[in-house]
Design a protein around this ligand. Structure first.
Ligand SMILES: Nc1ncnc2c1ncn2[C@@H]1O[C@H](COP(=O)(O)OP(=O)(O)OP(=O)(O)O)[C@@H](O)[C@H]1O
Ligand SMILES: [Mg+2]
Length: 429
């Protein structure tokens, strides 16, 4: 059955064939041995950080969803990737539903992309896009954005859940049937999740998120799901006037942003949902001039900070009760999980002692009222993220060492049982 005859692709998507499965028009069960994979060779975008997150490049027929905040650089990244992917024999197609071709051209000029290998198509009707791809299957296809494309035969408005579901299924079918790697740009909601039905994330092969901390020129690309690669990889980019540049040494970037010799700064590998992200915690301790000591926190719970101050005083022998305490999570991030306790407590101790903690160290763990350190989830992932970004040492709860030995992933591990032990260790008391 040819794709041109398809009227209800969402139903027929189950019967799609990869291009390598032979030219036979009859769909039949095939043994694993018989299935050829020659046509499935990865297409590298040539942007190393992007290829790494993809698991080594785009897979023919692969459907990739790229989400991220407005203005973060989704269109920029994908236009750059298309230019590198396209060849003279096989152009790439950039479908723009949000910007005019002139606006895309302006961006291309800024990115110094002037090649004739990238075709721009300003279209929002799914039928027209499918027809264009079928007429000349491109080397890679970008739909910017999936929310802007619609099927006029459906009653619902463009961007609605049913439109997104139906239109995405069509692109899934098209990608698999024609072997075209397809990248869909997806809007995110206010909470940062991909807008549209959750089923969209199940439908596609790969879900990538583009993130940044407020005001920073750096962007992090993460795989949230990847059928063709690990989701532990991250890609780090810098937004420049000429487009997104790769940051080849992310650890240097993170260390450069934080004052290495300043007391009161500790890095924690925090979990954002299922993803680890390195967060810098800063604390400032100052003797109270008059009145009640202040406990002011930005990005961290005030009550939790008050609790940590009491535990530091009672269990680790620090004189904090007569001091104003300020805690800030750098980059405007929120540190909500209990695993942040140890980093905050160590930042307070470091500020009080006016002594920085050693460069390249990070800390995580929950602090109990008895001053004990409690294990937290995803120890391995946190360590991996720290190692990936160039950290050398980690202070963690002894109980979190289950199945781990030091060094792990190149990171020296310092398991500790109590907060007092952790303070002694990092401040070399
Ligand atoms: N001349 C410039 N110099 C440096 N950075 C620029 C310049 N022009 C644009 N930018 C950056 O590019 C970003 C816009 O990139 P892009 O349009 O690719 O984002 P997007 O994620 O596709 O956004 P949207 O969700 O609105 O489609 C701007 O937020 C800005 O950071
Ligand atoms: Mg855009």
């Amino acid at each position: 059955m040819g794709p041109a005859q398809v009227t209800k692709p969402a139903h027929l998507a189950r019967t799609f064939r990869l291009p390598s499965s032979g030219a036979s028009s009859v769909s039949r069960p095939t043994s694993l041995e018989e299935i050829g994979v020659e046509a499935c060779e990865r297409r590298k975008t040539g942007i190393g950080e992007f290829d790494r997150v993809l698991g080594g490049g785009l897979v023919p027929g692969g459907l990739v969803l790229v989400g991220g905040d407005p203005g973060i650089g989704k269109s920029t990244l994908l236009l750059q990737a298309l230019d590198l992917l396209a060849t003279n024999d096989s152009p790439a197609l950039y479908v723009t539903g949000e910007e005019s071709p002139e606006q895309v051209r302006l961006r291309a000029d800024r990115l110094r992309i002037t090649s004739a290998k990238v075709l721009v198509y300003a279209e929002t009707r799914a039928d027209a896009i499918v027809a264009a791809v079928e007429a000349q299957p491109p080397r890679a296809l970008v739909i910017d954005s999936i929310q802007s494309v619609f099927d006029p035969s459906l009653d619902s408005a463009p961007g609605s859940v049913s439109q997104i579901r139906e239109v995405s299924a069509r692109f899934l079918y098209l990608a698999k049937a024609r072997g075209v790697p397809t990248l869909l740009v997806g809007h995110v909601t206010k909470d940062g999740a991909l807008a549209g039905p959750r089923v969209l994330e199940h439908l596609v092969d790969t879900v990538l998120y583009f993130e940044r901390s407020t005001g920073s020129p750096y962007r992090i690309l993460r795989a949230h799901k990847n059928r063709f690669g690990s989701t532990n990889e991250i890609g780090v980019f810098e937004m420049r006037e000429t487009g997104l540049g790769e940051v080849e040494n992310p650890s240097a970037l993170f260390l450069s942003e934080r004052p290495t010799d300043a007391p009161g700064s500790v890095v924690i590998p925090a979990m954002e949902g299922t993803r680890p992200i390195l967060v810098e915690v800063q604390a400032l301790v100052n003797p109270t001039a008059f009145g009640t000591p202040r406990r002011t926190c930005l990005g961290f719970d005030n009550n939790r900070a008050a609790l940590l101050v009491a535990v530091l005083e009672q269990r680790a022998g620090l004189q904090l009760l007569g001091c104003d305490v300020f805690v800030n999570v750098a980059g405007g991030l929120e540190l909500q999980e209990p695993a942040g306790d140890l980093a905050v407590a160590l930042a307070l101790a470091s500020s009080l002692a006016a002594q920085p903690i050693p460069t390249g160290w990070l800390a995580f763990g929950e602090v109990g009222l008895a001053g004990e350190l409690r294990s937290v989830a995803q120890t391995k992932l946190r360590i991996l993220e720290g190692a990936k970004l160039g950290f050398t040492d980690a202070v963690l709860p002894n109980n979190a060492m289950d199945g781990l030995s030091s060094p792990s992933e190149g990171l020296r591990l310092h398991p500790v049982k109590t907060l007092a032990e952790a303070v002694d260790l990092v401040l070399q008391r």
